[in-house]
Each structure stands twice: as C-alpha cells, then as structure tokens.
Design a protein around this ligand. Structure first.
Ligand SMILES: O=P(O)(O)OC[C@H]1O[C@H](OP(=O)(O)OP(=O)(O)O)[C@H](O)[C@@H]1O
Ligand SMILES: O=c1cc[nH]c(=O)[nH]1
Ligand SMILES: [Mg+2]
Length: 219
C-alpha cells in the first residue's frame, strides 16, 4: 500500500486538523463538520493527481485550449456516520462520482473495552473496473475499513482502491497496510502514535461521529 501522510509537509491542512482536535473549538458542530469536509477536499485534490488523464480540447469564446481531464469512473464509499462530512468534501470535487454507503459500527457486547464491527446497511453500485474511494475520518484499529472492504467484494473488483482518512493510529495504518494490495493507496491527513484500551486514537480528537452529529446511546 502507498501511504501518503499529508502532514509530513506543512500546509493550510494543519490549521483544519488543529481545529478538529482543539477542545475549545471542536464542540462547534457545524465548524467540526465543515473542517472534516475541507480536509476531504484537500485529500481528494491530492489523490486526484494519481488519476488517469486524457487531453480534451476546451472551446473558449476566443479559441481552444487542450486540457488534461481525468477519465476514471469514481465510486465514493463512506462509512456511516462519521464518514458523511468527509464524503461531502470528496463529492464537492468529484462531481460525477457514484456513491456507496455502508454502516459499520462498534458493538460493545460485554464491556466498553471489547467490541466487534457490525455491518448492517449497504448500498453500492457495480464496482467492476472503477476507482473506489473508501472514506472514514478515523482509522483507529483499521477494522472498520477492512470489514467494509470485505462487505464490498460481492459488488465487483475495482480497478484501484484509495482509502481516505483524517486521523489514523499507527496500529490502524499498519493493519490496513497488511490487508490491502500493494498498489492501493492511503491518503491520510495525519498519523498519531497510540490507541488506548478502548480503541480510541491518542491524542486523536475524541469521537468523530459524536462531534459531528451529537452523542448516540450505546446499543
Ligand atoms: O478503525 P476502527 O477501530 O474500526 O475505528 C474507526 C471507526 O470508529 C468510528 O466509528 P464509530 O463506530 O464511532 O461510529 P459512528 O461513526 O457512528 O460514531 C469511525 O468513524 C470509524 O468508522
Ligand atoms: O479515536 C477514535 C476512534 C474511533 N472512532 C472515533 O471517533 N475516534
Ligand atoms: Mg463514533
């Protein structure tokens, strides 16, 4: 897997990441969602540089300009709930993308420290030959990404796979790296060192789904 950690170089992205982490700013739900969306736009822009381009002659009122336009058929799949604002950011740039949605949530069966990933809802187009983007802002253990990938297999074999995430734990990055093919890509805004015993990224940002949409009752 090709891992693109965008915070290895300084850019405006640092400011968006700082705001979603910062306890004095992140409780502003609208700003939190919009920052995740903006990060999706930046990650999508970077990812777009690896697409396939074909020259098209663009007519202006005064002449013509040959312009390279991407050709890929993109399917954007995000993991509910926290994936929604990231999905919106990517969709702001990939106008004609097809879309898939999947629910993958942590079900705590016995205690807060053990959980399994439950996939319940899935809506997906044909993936054969497509450029599949899997989007989830938090890559903690990496289990949700891998469970999603497994659940999508009956929908066809994509030509290429790009994972898009905002904050990853090193353990989650290593886990997806070992489950996805060498030619797949991970576009991630930043990587933290640790996971706590509840599977939360440290320092991370807390619970992305709750920050974007409000607290949910545990099932
Ligand atoms: O890498 P993992 O260990 O699988 O953890 C990451 C998952 O956890 C979060 O979802 P959560 O279960 O909190 O659901 P939510 O989006 O509804 O809040 C997050 O959005 C990822 O989907
Ligand atoms: O740190 C984490 C881990 C999983 N999900 C989150 O929202 N945050
Ligand atoms: Mg959550």
């Amino acid at each position: 897997m090709n891992i693109h950690n965008l915070s290895e170089s300084n850019s405006i992205l640092n400011s968006f990441i700082a705001e979603i982490r910062d306890v004095s700013i992140q409780q502003d739900r609208m700003r939190f969602r919009r920052n995740i969306e903006r990060i999706g736009e930046v990650l999508g822009y970077e990812m777009s540089k690896t697409l396939e381009f074909k020259t098209k002659n663009i007519k202006t009122p005064l002449g013509e300009k040959p312009t390279d336009i991407y050709q890929n058929d993109i399917v954007l799949c995000s993991i509910l709930r926290a994936g929604v604002p990231l999905h919106n950011g990517l969709l702001n740039y990939f106008d004609d993308a097809e879309n898939a949605f999947i629910s993958a949530y942590r079900h705590h069966k016995h205690d807060p420290e053990t959980f399994e990933i439950v996939v319940e809802y899935l809506a997906c187009p044909d993936l054969s030959g497509k450029t599949l983007i899997l989007a989830d802002p938090m890559l903690a253990t990496g289990q949700s990404m891998v469970a999603t990938f497994e659940a999508l297999k009956p929908f066809g074999t994509p030509k290429e796979i790009h994972l898009v995430s905002v904050i990853g734990a090193q353990a989650g990055v290593d886990f997806v790296n070992s489950h996805f093919d060498d030619d797949s890509h991970l576009w991630i805004a930043t990587i933290d060192e640790q996971l706590n015993d509840k599977g939360y990224i440290i320092p991370g940002l807390g619970d992305a789904g709750d920050l974007a949409f409000g607290k949910k009752l545990q099932q």
